[in-house]
Design a protein around this ligand. Structure first.
Ligand code: BGC
Ligand code: BGC
Length: 631
C-alpha cells in the first residue's frame, strides 16, 4: 500500500479538444480554487486547522474512540458532506474539496476515459487527493456495482450472474468469487462494492431476476459467504472491499414482477421470505445496506422508518451504514424533484448516506436547512456520521487512502478466469437429455453450432457488463461458448457455425443451438407478458429441426424462459444462465469434462402465463425448484 502517490485528478468529462476550451477550463479551475479558498476561510469551523497529533489519526486507538474524536471536530457542513454521494460524471475538479464530499460512485457504465485498471486508479487518486485537501483530511469512499466481477472495467473477469451462482448451491465457491472480485476492485483503487443483491425473486417477469440467487431465501442466505469474500474476515487489509446487501427489502416481491414496484404481501411473508438473507448478511458483518426503490404495501422503503431503523438497525442489530439507491429519495412523494420533506423523511427513516448522483449540491443545501429548522435532529446526523466514519476507519482508509498500484495484472488474470470457468461449469443445469445424447464425445464428430448467443460475449454476460444495460457483441475479452465448443471438439472433430442455422444438413452428428435473452438490466428487463423466446430463436431452432439432426439447446438467459413449444422436438436442454466471460465452462459440461451438478434456483414455468410460480404454491411448473439431471 502506498500513501504518498499523488496523481493529477482525472478529468471526469472528456477533455475539450480545442485550445480555447482548455484555457477556459483552466480558468474555471482557478476560479473554483479561489472560491474554495474563500469558502474555507469564511466558514464556521470548530477548531480551525488540521492537527496531525489528533487522536482520530492514531491507528492504534479503538475505532469508537477515533470516531468520537473526529466527530467532535467536524462542522455541520462537513457532516453533511459525509452523508452525500455524488456521481463521478457530475463533479468537476475542486468539488470534492469544496463540498467535503464523503463519497463518489460510478453508475453502471460510468468509466474513466482510460477504462483500464491504471485509468481507474488514476481517477480514484485524483478524487482522493481532493478529499485529503479538506480541513480534516477525511478520505472519500468510492462505490461501484461490481455485481458479477468488476464489470465496468474492460478486461475484468466476468462471473456468472447471481442466478447461475444460485444454481451451484456452493457457498464456498461464492466466497472465493467474492475474494476474487475484491482483488480486482481493490486493484483499481476502489473501496466499496454495491453487491451482493440478496433479492429473493418471486416472479421471473421482473427484469432483475438474474441478480437474485433464487426464489428460496435459503439460497441467498447461504450465499452471504460472498460478504466475507469481499470484506475479508474483518474489514481492512489490502484486498478488503466494503460489501452492500441490497435492496432492502422485498424488491423481489413486487406485484407482477414490476421493477421498483409495490410488494403487497403481509409482514409475516416479508419476514419469512425476504428478510432472512439480510439477517444472514448482518451476521456476516456486511458494512452497508442499500435500500430498495420499491414499496412495501404502498409505502416507499426510502421513507420506511419501521423497516429501516426499527427492524434493520434495532432488531437485526445492523451497525454499518444505510445508503439510498440512485435518486430514490426523489420517488418518495411520486413527483419529480426532491423536496425538503423527502430529504427529511429519508434521513429520519434511517438512511445514512444519500446517493444523489446529479443534484448533490441541492441536497446539501436542503439537508442543511432541514437541520437548521430542526426537522432533522442533530443526533440523526451524528449517528449517520458515526456509522460512515467507523467503516472508513475499519477499512484502514485513513492510513492507506490512495490506490495500491501493485495489482493491475490481477484484473482478468488467468487464475481469476479459471475460477470463473469453474463457476460456469457448476452453474449449468441439465433439464432434458433424451437418450443420453449428452455428454457429447470430445475431439470427434461433425458438430454444427447455431444461435445468436453462440459467439457473443455481450449476450453471454448480460446486463451490468461494461454498460448499465449491457449489450451484444465483443464488448470485452473472454471466451465465447462457440470458442469453448471448438476447444472441446478440435482437433479430431470439426465445428461449423452459422448464427441462424443456415447450412445445416443431415451430415452433422449434432446441432448445438445457443439461444435465449439479449442483455438488459433493471427496469428495461421487465416482461409483464411473460418471458418468451424471440421469433429469431424459434426460427433458428426450426431450421435445425427440419434438417433432421439431433438438437441440443443451450439457453442463455437471466431467468426461466417459456420453452414449452420447442422442447418436445429437441433432444437436450441446458440452462446456462448468464455465464459471463468464460464460455468454455459451458462446453466443459456439454462434452463431459464436468458432469452437471447445477440445480434449478427457481421453478420453471409451464408457460409464460404461469408466472409467478414458486415452490410451495398450488401450480405445477414444467421443472420444479431444485430440479437438475446429471450423467
Ligand atoms: C440500482 C442499484 C445500483 C445503483 C448504482 C441503481 O439504479 O438499483 O442496484 O447499485 O443504481 O448504480
Ligand atoms: C446509471 C445506473 C443507474 C441508472 C438509474 C444509469 O444511468 O448508469 O447506475 O442505476 O441510471 O436510472
Amino acid at each position: 500500500m502506498t500513501t504518498t502517490v499523488t496523481a493529477p485528478p482525472a478529468a471526469p468529462l472528456p477533455p475539450p479538444s480545442r485550445r480555447r476550451g482548455r484555457l477556459l477550463a483552466a480558468g474555471l479551475v482557478l476560479l473554483l480554487a479561489a472560491a474554495a479558498a474563500v469558502y474555507w476561510l469564511t466558514r464556521d469551523t470548530d477548531d480551525g486547522a488540521y492537527d496531525p497529533d489528533a487522536p482520530y489519526l492514531d491507528a492504534s486507538r479503538p475505532v469508537a474512540e477515533r470516531v468520537d474524536d473526529l466527530l467532535g471536530r467536524m462542522t455541520l457542513d462537513e457532516k453533511i458532506g459525509q452523508m452525500t454521494q455524488a456521481e463521478r460524471r457530475e463533479v468537476t475538479t475542486g468539488d470534492v474539496t469544496t463540498y467535503a464530499l464523503g463519497s463518489l460512485l460510478s453508475g453502471g457504465g460510468s468509466v474513466p476515459d482510460d477504462n483500464s485498471p491504471q485509468g481507474w486508479a488514476q481517477m480514484y487518486d485524483g478524487f482522493q487527493t481532493e478529499a485529503l485537501a479538506t480541513r480534516l483530511r477525511i478520505p472519500m469512499i468510492y462505490g461501484v456495482d461490481a455485481v458479477h466481477g468488476h464489470n465496468n472495467v474492460r478486461g475484468a473477469t466476468i462471473f456468472p450472474h447471481n442466478i447461475g451462482l444460485g444454481a451451484t448451491r456452493d457457498p464456498q465457491l461464492v466466497r472465493r468469487i467474492g475474494e476474487t472480485v475484491a482483488v480486482e476492485v481493490a486493484a483499481t483503487g476502489l473501496d466499496w462494492d454495491f453487491a451482493p443483491c440478496l433479492c429473493v425473486a418471486r416472479d421471473a417477469r421482473w427484469g432483475r431476476t438474474y441478480e437474485s440467487f433464487g426464489e428460496d431465501p435459503e439460497i441467498a442466505s447461504s450465499m452471504t459467504t460472498i460478504v466475507t469474500g469481499l470484506q475479508g474476515e474483518k474489514l481492512g487489509g489490502p484486498n478488503s472491499v466494503l460489501a452492500t446487501a441490497k435492496h432492502y427489502v422485498g424488491d423481489g416481491a413486487t406485484l407482477d414482477g414490476k421493477d421498483q414496484g409495490d410488494a403487497r404481501i403481509p409482514e409475516e411473508e416479508l419476514r419469512k421470505i425476504h428478510l432472512p438473507p439480510f439477517q444472514a448478511a448482518v451476521k456476516a458483518g456486511v458494512g452497508s445496506v442499500m435500500v430498495s426503490f420499491s414499496s412495501f404495501n404502498g409505502e416507499k422503503l426510502h421513507a420506511h422508518r419501521y423497516l429501516v431503523t426499527e427492524v434493520l438497525k434495532e432488531e437485526l442489530g445492523f451497525t454499518g451504514f444505510v445508503v439510498s439507491d440512485w435518486n430514490a429519495i426523489d420517488q418518495i412523494d411520486g413527483a419529480t424533484g426532491f423536496t425538503p420533506a423527502e430529504v427529511s423523511a429519508a434521513i429520519n427513516a434511517g438512511i445514512d448516506m444519500v446517493m444523489v448522483p446529479e443534484r448533490w449540491r441541492e441536497f446539501i443545501t436542503v439537508l442543511r436547512d432541514e437541520v437548521d429548522a430542526g426537522t432533522v435532529p442533530m443526533a440523526r446526523i451524528d449517528d449517520a456520521n458515526r456509522r460512515i466514519l467507523a467503516k472508513k476507519f475499519e477499512l484502514g482508509m485513513f492510513e492507506h487512502p490512495m490506490a495500491d498500484r501493485s495489482q493491475f495484472d490481477k484484473v482478468g488474470s488467468a487464475a481469476h478466469r479459471e475460477l470463473a470457468r469453474q463457476a460456469v461449469r457448476q452453474s449449468q443445469v441439465l433439464l432434458k437429455n433424451n437418450g443420453g445424447i449428452l455428454p457429447l464425445k470430445p475431439k470427434t464428430g461433425k458438430v454444427f453450432v447455431a444461435g445468436r448467443s453462440a459467439d457473443d460475449i455481450g449476450n453471454q454476460s448480460g446486463g451490468w457488463t461494461l454498460t448499465w444495460q449491457g449489450s451484444s457483441g465483443p464488448i470485452t475479452e473472454g471466451t465465447t461458448i462457440l470458442q469453448g465448443i471448438k476447444e472441446a471438439v478440435e482437433p479430431g472433430g470439426t465445428v461449423t457455425y452459422s448464427a441462424d442455422g443456415s447450412g445445416v444438413d443431415r451430415g452433422y452428428d449434432v446441432a448445438i443451438a445457443v439461444v435465449g435473452e439479449t442483455p438488459y438490466a433493471e427496469y428495461e428487463g421487465d416482461r409483464p407478458d411473460g418471458v418468451k423466446l424471440d421469433k429469431v430463436d424459434l426460427d433458428t431452432l426450426a431450421t435445425l429441426r427440419k434438417a433432421g439432426v439431433p438438437v441440443v439447446v443451450v439457453l442463455v438467459s437471466g431467468r426461466p424462459v417459456d420453452v414449452s413449444a420447442p422442447l418436445p422436438q429437441v433432444q437436450a436442454l441446458v440452462a446456462a444462465w448468464l455465464p459471463g466471460t468464460e464460455g468454455a465452462g459451458v462446453a466443459d459440461v456439454l462434452f463431459g469434462a464436468y458432469a452437471p451438478t447445477g440445480k434449478l434456483p427457481m421453478s420453471w414455468p409451464a408457460t409464460a402465463a404461469q408466472e409467478p410460480v414458486n415452490s410451495g404454491d398450488e401450480k405445477t411448473p414444467l421443472f420444479p425448484y431444485g430440479f437438475g439431471l446429471s450423467y
